[in-house]
Design a protein. Structure first.
Lengths: 264, 262
């Protein structure tokens, strides 16, 4: 398996090298929204005399810069691509191969993130300087961030695949995608750090998977949570990842039976 | 002029019939827009739980701004983006020849030929949000500001149009410009907050490279009473300049077109 992955990685890096500019442009999508909300919250903090609910302007900067990095490392686009693959019948040849289609997209996903990480960090340094960032963490925050971001990226990826399998039944999943995107927009910690949301929204956020993809790793990286909370968050991430993998296995198996493109 | 209006009506009705073939999709698109606008308003509401103003903007004013944001997006996505998408395809494939042969203004044809009729719903929803915000503002809006509002909204849409036309014209030289448009769409997201919220470097790039900042903030400023008719006139003059510059660029680019028979 490791050998297969190494081969796939090399091939994908070569393929991606043809579209360097394109990759950089897609990177912008990870950056723009967090920076927009950072600017807005900075304005709010200023209007309130420097801080809101325990978050100073510098804390907002730290949170949203962490969120940008997390957002980038957790991005997954299969739910947008898969519909196309099914409609064009491109899934059929992939199904014939001995390797599950999932693995190809894991490699694609990893290569995009690895190749764009350095330029992203450069942009983040500029943003950090502009917004006068302050990091409030301890060394163990960074240690816990590593498993947390891996869990988050895996969760985001698998969740994207679960949504993608809806295509087997619905053919077009624009609306499903929008529904997921907008729910994540509200409850993943993009519009505000979770602590600043009304009580009931926090409850919903911690019950849904989206916060475990963005807000949780971002808060850990920012250094804004206690050790016990960090560990609790990791458990939450692991539980959701487990549930999503199970859901995917069921949906995939049932979906393939519905699949009726050419060659199926 | 009448001829062009009649032509536009023909485009619109044919595209409407086309879109009605996929009726389910049509209604779902409208449902999606409700989701998008609803969640955007929710985001602003969460922020204003913690403050009463943001850079001098009150909550009702912010809601008006959000409505304007979706109206401008709706206006642009109703006509210009679908037409330009096809235009890029025509340039790449060489099929722009068919457009060039027709006895009409080519710029008009490529800018308006295709519509995504469902986006008219965005305009309507955006307007509903603006009106909702207005009711919250509580102030009676006189005829004067209302006229200024409509004018600045039109100027805003045309400003974004001129930028899009300029970007799409680059296709004559670089062929593949979808990526440039992707940047543009990424940046438009910034229009959901007033442009003066952003740090200088972002504001400069928003207002010059991507005029969405001006386009969205100006009509909302009219409602907030921060923009008089002189400011709107300046905006209008700027828009005329921008459109003039973009169509000059377009004509220049057209000369570099090498289609199947050119």
């Amino acid at each position: 398996m490791i050998r297969i992955y190494r081969q796939l990685l090399v091939a994908q890096i070569q393929a991606a090298a043809q579209y360097r500019i394109q990759a950089l442009l897609w990177m912008l999508f990870s950056i723009i929204r967090p920076v927009i909300f950072l600017a807005a919250w900075t304005a709010v903090a200023t209007a309130q005399g420097g801080s809101v609910g325990g978050y100073s302007a510098s804390d907002f900067a730290a949170y949203y810069i962490a969120l940008t990095l997390v957002n980038h490392l957790c991005i997954a686009w299969n739910s947008f691509e898969f519909e196309f693959e099914i409609r064009q019948g491109r899934l059929s040849p992939k199904l014939l191969r001995p390797l599950h289609p999932l693995h190809y997209s894991v490699v694609e996903n990893l290569v995009f993130k690895i190749t764009t990480l350095l330029p992203l960090c450069l942009v983040l340094v500029i943003v950090a300087l502009t917004f006068n960032v302050r990091w409030a963490g301890e060394w163990w925050h960074l240690v816990i961030f590593v498993p947390s971001i891996i869990l988050a990226a895996a969760l985001s990826f698998m969740l994207g695949w679960v949504v993608a399998t809806a295509t087997f039944w619905l053919q077009r999943i624009n609306t499903v995608n929008t529904l997921f995107q907008r729910t994540a927009f509200i409850f993943a910690g993009q519009i505000a750090p979770l602590a600043l949301m009304p009580e009931w929204m926090q409850v919903v956020s911690y019950a849904l998977p989206f916060a475990y993809i963005l807000a949780v790793p971002a808060e850990i990286l920012r250094g804004g949570v206690t050790l016990e909370r960090c560990l609790l968050y990791l458990v939450g991430q692991a539980v959701w990842l487990g549930l999503t993998i199970i859901a995917f296995r069921f949906a995939w198996r049932a979906g393939l039976r519905e699949y009726s493109a050419v060659g199926a | 002029m009448i001829r062009y209006l009649r032509m536009f009506r023909a485009f619109a009705s044919s595209e409407f019939q086309f879109e009605m073939e996929y009726r389910g999709n049509f209604y779902l698109s409208i449902l999606e827009m409700f989701l998008v606008i609803g969640t955007s308003i929710a985001a602003v509401l969460v922020m204003f739980q913690h403050t009463t103003t943001m850079n001098g903007w009150t909550l009702p004013q912010m809601i008006v701004l959000l409505g304007v944001y979706y109206m401008i997006q709706g206006g642009v996505n109703l006509v210009f983006s679908p037409s330009f998408e096809r235009l890029m395809e025509h340039v790449r494939a060489g099929t722009l020849d068919f457009h060039l042969l027709k006895p009409v203004n080519v710029q008009f044809l490529v800018s308006t030929r295709h519509l995504r009729v469902v986006r008219a719903a965005d305009l309507a929803l955006g307007l509903a949000v603006v009106i909702f915000g207005l009711v919250q503002v509580g102030a009676e809006i006189g005829v004067g500001p209302a006229v200024l509002f409509v004018l600045s909204l039109l100027f805003g849409i045309m400003l974004v149009y001129s930028l899009l036309l300029g970007l799409v014209t680059l296709a004559f030289w670089f062929v593949r410009v979808e990526n440039l448009l992707a940047i543009f769409w990424a940046f438009t997201e910034a229009g959901r907050f007033p442009v003066d919220v952003y740090p200088l470097w972002l504001r400069v790039s928003l207002s010059t490279i991507v005029p969405i900042g001006i386009a969205v903030t100006a009509p909302a400023n009219v409602i907030a009473g921060r923009m008089d008719w002189i400011a709107v006139a300046v905006l209008g003059a700027g828009t005329v300049l921008a459109v003039g510059f973009a169509s000059a660029l377009w004509r220049w680019g057209l000369r570099s077109y090498t289609g199947a028979s050119a």
